[in-house]
Ligand binder design. Structure first.
Ligand code: HEM
Ligand code: CU
Length: 589
């Protein structure tokens, strides 16, 4: 225990909440380590530099890489960060810490079930596997434990949201009429978005994929489950991104030496994500037959609107950094850049992450264009894009944020700041190479998701490099990323052994333009939720209705009725049941 000489740290003030945050981070970082290991294996394998696995196991590796990194690493970090943010910004402990521990436990159980089922795929003798990639499209089928784990994990995240809303309501009771603190606002809006988004994946898993894998129903409608997946699959990218935004808006200005430029703009950005993040999912299905072009066009238009919050963020965050730099004595049109704390790994990590996010935004615009998407669809371009966004803007910000937050959760200083600084720079360089190679390879038509791209020796005389050169670039970049991950985890592990110290507490300064400069309607969460739901219905009712009307809830070609009622056939007339079903569907457009 440290005596309270300077600013008390988070762990001084809220020891139990701090332990929950640490546990969530721990799970997150274990997943990061494993995910990076699988990442380097597949990067070296598909570029034919080093083959440690059999190509037949490639999908086990790739599924583990995807699920561990974009479900476990990112989301456990999110819940840890949000628990910290809500406790800190409301300045009150969790309403019931046992409940808090329970949802973290559920999430962990779900992750172990899902992750374990994937990893069992390496042991053929057991006969359990889930090589379905993180998108788990039917007709690929996983063992029921994979879907069960997902469901348990999801329930855990829902309860986390309940916990945070409870804290907020309790605070509201004590502080009527006050503006919601910014970090709490960010947590709550993210969760509103999450509740809406997860409706899609919950229906897909609980009503179709899980019963199907258990043999309770014979078939599923792949287009329907895909569409439900992407109903969730686009907003989930903001579930990864918004914790990074929270750090950029509320922590980065402070470590840059200044204050957030505008609190109201930050609120507008989060509200825009609540409204716009779900009715765009069909932009992942531009090439799916069975969805009319018009619906795809609407999704594209909505997607382009989503550029707005990202541009607002770029403006606000850079303005805050400039303010910080000028506070530190920076001058000139660009000269202030030199005054930023580039030796601070937390700052440099977040700044480099933001820079890569801008590049990811550009390649994202290519993906989002209906026509130009055909050029890059399912090529290596796509992983090239999202290793810039979730793989760097999010992942590197989370690592950098950890450097800032960890001492306040443990009262132990970081083991080595120079190693941390090298780590974030190596990540940036490694990703520059890997992502560049992936983008260019994609333009050459090299597919993603394959152990055997078979372009070896094929020279493209008209372009800069050959495919072999791109492969080498990808392999070197991937190796640097792996080294960077090891440095991050090693530094953190060693930090657990540094002696405890006083004075590691940090405060966050208020924004230059505070919450009261914005209209109160911004805090009206009910209003935004209702509008978001209306937009979702507008975007999805017709496409989903037509998918079901055309090929049925369970697809065509299988048993016309669920396997569960098979024994009842003879007692009841399945034809009559189906009639009723059809009549019901008739009402849909
Ligand atoms: C050590 C660093 C990493 C390396 C070397 C690496 C490498 C790769 C490679 C080569 C692929 C493409 C495989 C293929 O399509 O055949 C891939 C896919 C992927 N990576 Fe990474 N990656 C790393 C870190 C990350 C991070 C930090 C994230 C997210 C937080 C991430 C998320 C993904 C996802 C979601 C896929 C797609 C999986 C799929 O197609 O189902 N990766 N990675
Ligand atoms: Cu998307």
């Amino acid at each position: 225990m440290s005596s309270q000489t300077g600013t008390p740290t988070f762990v001084d003030r809220y020891p139990e909440e701090a332990s929950v945050v640490r546990q969530a981070f721990l799970v997150s970082f274990v997943a990061l380590g494993l995910g990076a290991l699988f990442g380097i294996i597949q990067a070296l394998h598909r570029t034919n530099v080093l083959r440690l696995i059999d190509s037949a196991d490639y999908y086990t590796v790739l599924t583990a890489h995807g699920v561990l990194l974009v479900i476990v690493f990112t989301i456990f970090f999110l819940v840890g960060l949000y628990q910290w943010a809500i406790t800190r910004s409301l300045d009150r402990p969790a309403e019931n810490i046992t409940f808090t521990r329970a949802w973290l436990g559920l999430m962990s159980l779900g992750s172990v079930l899902t992750g374990g089922t994937i990893l069992l795929g390496f042991v053929d003798e057991i006969g359990i596997s889930a090589d379905v990639l993180f998108t788990f499209y039917a007709p690929l089928q996983a063992h029921p434990l994979f879907y069960t784990g997902l469901a348990v994990f999801l329930i855990g995240t829902w309860l986390a949201g309940v916990d945070w809303f409870r804290s907020y309501l309790a605070w509201r009771g004590d502080n009527p009429g006050e503006r919601i603190p910014l970090q709490t606002f960010m947590v709550l809006t993210t969760m509103v978005m999450w509740y809406i988004a997860t409706i899609g994946v919950a229906i897909s898993v609980l009503f179709f994929l899980l019963p199907w894998s258990l043999g309770l129903i014979d078939t599923v409608n792949p287009l329907l489950t895909r569409t439900l997946f992407w109903f969730f699959g686009h907003p989930v990218v903001y579930f990864w991104l918004l914790p990074a935004y929270l750090l950029w808006y509320t922590v980065l200005p402070k470590i840059a030496g200044g204050r957030l430029f505008s609190d109201p703009l930050a609120r507008v950005v989060f509200v825009l994500f609540v409204l716009l993040s779900t009715p765009v999912g069909i932009h992942h299905q531009y090439l799916d037959p069975g969805i009319a072009e018009g619906f795809k066009f609407i999704a594209m238009t909505n997607t382009m609107f989503l550029l707005l919050p990202s541009l607002l963020t770029a403006f606000t965050v850079v303005a805050s950094m400039e303010h910080g730099a000028r506070q530190r004595g920076g001058t000139g049109l660009f000269g202030w850049l030199k005054a930023l704390p580039w030796r601070d790994p937390a700052f440099t990590g977040m700044a480099l992450a933001g820079l890569m996010f801008a590049a990811g935004g550009f390649s994202g615009m290519i993906n989002a264009g209906m026509n130009i998407n055909y050029l890059v669809h399912n090529t290596l371009w796509v992983p090239g894009h999202f290793h810039l966004t979730v793989g760097t803007a999010v992942a590197l910000t989370m690592m950098a944020g950890t450097y800032w937050l960890w001492p306040q959760l443990t009262n132990r200083p970081l083991y080595s700041r120079p190693i941390a600084l090298a780590q974030v720079v190596i990540w940036f360089g490694g990703m520059g190479l890997m992502s560049n190679a992936m983008h260019v390879s994609g333009l050459f038509g090299i597919p993603r998701r394959t152990a055997e791209p078979q372009y070896e020796g094929f020279d493209f005389a008209t372009s800069f490099g050959s495919v072999s050169e791109l492969n080498l670039q990808l392999a070197i970049g991937g190796s640097l990323l792996f080294v960077s991950t090891v440095l991050f985890l090693g530094n953190l592990a060693l930090s657990m052994g540094t002696p405890t110290r006083d004075g590691l507490g940090q405060t966050l300064p208020p924004a230059l333009s505070g919450p009261t400069d914005s209209p109160a309607v911004l805090d009206n969460l009910r209003l935004w939720t209702v509008i978001a739901l209306v937009l979702v219905v507008l975007a999805y009712a017709l496409p989903l209705g037509s998918i079901v009307a055309e090929s049925g809830l369970f697809g065509s070609g299988g048993n016309p009725y669920p396997v569960v009622i098979e024994p009842l056939v003879g007692w009841i007339d399945p034809g009559a049941v189906i009639e009723i079903f059809h009549d019901l569907l008739e009402v849909l457009p």
